[in-house]
Design a protein around this ligand. Structure first.
Ligand code: PLP
Length: 407
């Protein structure tokens, strides 16, 4: 079943609004996606008809709230192929999920002299926590290089993975280069040296169909807000045996079994990691977003984005831009970072904004990658289910204008 982006567009109320009096052309979904009516309505319905705290009320309303919240856990597990909802810990997003692993599993398992391996294309979210961990423990942080096409140097894995490596942190899809990384290959190599692998799926989850068992990852994180859901919700998938043995993250209500004045025992997973009142309506909204994407079909989403990205790459290239990352759409997702020689990316973003076109400009929370590319910043257009060739054309027309400003 193919995806009809013109029809999908109608599901997103914000896309009917204007920007500077022009049709809104939203090309910044890698930063955060827009929200379909189905998700907005689901959250409103939760507040209007089901709102109560979860896992507490023995009254009917409390049970409804808990059912809605736990329903989102079932949808999340199904979406990524997790065998059990016990593997799904709700967090406020990717950053919190990665930090959870840093403060729990990593603190208990990474020591002086050990190594943590990340890649040269990581978002700061999957870099700074490991810098902090290494500073705290005396472990060494290493970076698997990328090649000139923006692909990982898998040929160097043998050199970078050693018997001292305890953890590999890598993204499934880059938020700058769009590169889709061979996680399974790295997972097999990491496991062969006794290391664990954490996958940052912030950019992958909205666009690609994947299964945590096929990836054979130990941990995986993503955020709802990049995949049609609200801000304030996301998840950490963890292998059950690892979650079981990990110490808790935050302490407080709901994560305990029994509490005495001076000590306590912990609840079963995943509650052990969900202290306090969670972002209930947001998690319910995340469940609705997953159902919305499932209805479209993730294969149809990917197919649509491959076609649109190919069109965008050709058109952006045709105006003389330098494009970063792989040019073959089989190797990349729908994030296109580029520069125009004579125009600063910030000027580009400001000028195209006047035409109603939203793109991002900057270092995209990946400063070491910018240094590697030899640029301070890039412009970035990122496409999603509601974007069409017409949107790409609007971007190109607006970029042509931005070039005109500087000639
Ligand atoms: N990782 C990647 C690859 C991202 O693109 C982002 C967000 O841009 C994050 C992590 C952080 O996500 P969040 O800000 O939702 O925690």
């Amino acid at each position: 079943m193919s995806l009809d982006a013109q029809r999908v567009k109608k599901d997103f109320p914000i896309l009917e609004t204007l920007a500077h009096g022009k049709r809104l052309v939203y090309l910044d979904s890698a930063a955060t996606s827009q929200k379909p009516r189905a998700v907005i309505d689901r959250m409103v319905r939760f507040y209007e008809e089901e709102n109560a705290n979860v896992h507490r009320g023995i009254y009917e309303l409390g049970e409804k709230a808990t059912a809605a919240y736990e329903g989102a856990r079932e949808a999340s597990a199904r979406f990524i192929g997790a065998r059990s909802t016990r593997s799904i810990v709700f967090t406020k997003g990717t950053t919190e999920s990665i930090n959870l692993v840093r403060y729990t599993w990593a603190r208990a398992n990474v020591h002086e002299g050990d190594e943590v391996l990340v890649t040269e294309m990581e978002h700061h979210s999957n870099l700074i926590p490991w810098q902090l961990l290494c500073a705290e423990t005396g472990a060494t942080l290493r970076h698997l290089p990328i090649d000139d096409d923006g692909k990982l140097r898998i040929d160097l894995l043998g050199e970078y993975l050693t018997d001292r490596t305890k953890l590999v942190g890598m993204s499934l899809m880059s938020n700058v280069l769009g590169t889709i990384n061979p996680v399974r290959t790295v997972a097999d190599a990491a496991h062969a040296v006794g290391a664990r692998i954490l996958v940052d799926a912030a950019q992958a989850a909205p666009h690609l169909s994947f299964d945590v068992n096929d990836l054979d990852c130990d941990f995986l994180a993503f955020s709802a807000h990049k995949m049609c859901g609200p801000t304030g919700a996301g998840l950490l998938y963890g292998r059950e045996d690892l979650l079981e043995e990990m110490p808790p993250f935050h302490g407080g209500g709901e994560m305990i079994r029994e509490v005495w004045a001076d000590h306590a025992t912990w609840a079963e997973i995943p509650q052990k990691f969900e202290a306090g009142t969670p972002n209930i309506a947001q998690v319910v909204g995340m469940g609705a977003a997953i159902e919305y994407l499932e209805d479209l079909g993730m294969d149809a989403v990917r197919e649509h984005e491959m076609q649109l990205t190919k069109y965008a790459l050709d058109r952006i290239f045709s105006i003389g831009a330098t494009i970063y990352g792989p040019m073959d759409v089989h190797d990349r997702g729908s994030v296109v970072s580029f520069n125009l020689e004579e125009v600063h990316p910030h000027d580009m973003a400001t000028i195209v904004d006047q035409e109603g076109v939203c793109i991002r400009a900057g270092h995209h929370c990946a400063q070491p990658l910018m240094r590697k590319l030899g640029v301070p910043a890039t412009a970035r257009a990122s496409f999603y289910i509601y974007n069409t060739e017409e949107d790409v054309d609007a971007l190109i027309d607006a970029l042509e204008k931005s070039k005109g400003w500087f000639i």
